[in-house]
Design a protein around this ligand. Structure first.
Ligand code: BDR
Ligand code: CA
Length: 313
């Protein structure tokens, strides 16, 4: 049975790889639509990048919508220092011919959840949670209709990557993350604790290039670009690969370990803004609102990614 998903994203090289992994997996995943959000770079550029990736994959029937231009209450913080000025530096991809859909991304999420049978649509978030939170605020009736939200967000044991306390996607829009985490919707959180164990080592990137198709080449060029910054930062032989873990979890949950816990978002302190306070040892009575993943089988993850990218043009 295919699983219906909406991917909310701010591509971003690692978002792009996640999109390609999903686009390469039609037997398991029915991508109803892609929604762009402001994050790694501004909304317009993220939306353009999403169109480029859909075209690269040859799956041009998948609709792309643009969502919110800024976080709910904060000024947008971007990450050109990691992803380059275009958000997708590395490969030389053509300007997209495909156009964005007219409907705003938040309304697209709401309308889709109201139309599809309850409990059938999974939201996959690869960026700040602005669009999903705005949809939940505008249309609270959608909450019980969402099957699950699977998010790349947060960190606890690996602390932060944009500040010492916070992971980028939560830091950019902590109020949105708070709305989503307190919504009662089933949530799987894939934090830095997982993604920092999934390193894009050089032999893995060479493996993508060796596939011999345009998507493998583009992925190798993207990750060769984006990993420079992280390799210097962390002193590792390869960079973490974040967002594709969301799709890999849907395809092969056995590759991951985790437990149900409470996660609460820090929204008031400037010092620890966007911290995901994870009650990993179940010290409090706070409700267990999140399936918090802690580790992944990195060899199996890269084998899956390589095998799926080989199915694309
Ligand atoms: C997250 O931040 C973004 O820069 C990446 O695309 C990923 O979604 C990692 O903290
Ligand atoms: Ca992202």
């Amino acid at each position: 049975m295919t699983r219906k998903i909406i991917i909310d994203t701010d591509p971003g090289q690692d978002d792009a790889v996640a999109l390609l992994l999903a686009l390469a997996s039609p037997e398991e995943l029915d991508i109803l639509g892609i929604v762009a959000v402001a994050g790694n770079v501004g909304l317009a550029q993220n939306a353009r990048n999403a169109l480029k990736i859909v075209e690269l994959s040859g799956r041009t029937e998948v609709p792309v919508h643009a969502g919110c231009e800024r976080p709910m209450r904060r000024k947008l913080v971007t990450a050109e220092h990691v992803h380059g000025p275009t958000g997708l530096d590395g490969p030389d991809l053509p300007e997209p011919q495909k156009k964005l859909e007219d409907k705003h991304g938040v309304d697209y999420i709401i309308d889709t959840l109201r139309t599809e049978p309850p409990g059938t649509v999974t939201l996959c978030t690869l960026g700040p949670l602005t669009n999903v939170a705005m949809a939940l605020v505008k249309a609270p009736d959608i909450a019980p209709r969402i099957r699950e939200i699977v998010m790349m967000a947060g960190a606890y044991f690996e602390v932060g990557n944009i500040t010492p306390a916070a992971e980028f996607n939560v830091y950019v829009d902590p109020e949105a993350a708070d709305v989503v985490l307190t919504s009662g919707v089933p949530i799987t959180m894939i934090p830095l604790d997982v993604t920092h164990g999934v390193l894009s080592l050089s032999h893995r990137l060479e493996g993508f290039a060796r596939i011999g198709n345009r998507c493998g080449k583009a992925v190798s060029e993207m990750l060769n670009f984006s990993e420079r910054f992280d390799m210097e930062k962390y002193g590792n032989e390869g960079a973490p690969l974040h967002d594709p873990c969301v799709i890999a979890w849907l395809l092969k949950p056995d590759l991951f370990d985790g437990r149900k816990i409470n996660v609460t978002i820090e929204t008031t302190s400037e010092l620890t803004r966007g911290m995901t306070v994870a009650d990993y040892w179940r010290i409090t009575d706070r409700p267990k609102n999140v399936l918090y993943l802690r580790s992944a089988d990195d060899d199996a993850f890269y084998a899956l990614l390589t095998e799926r990218l080989a199915r694309l043009p």
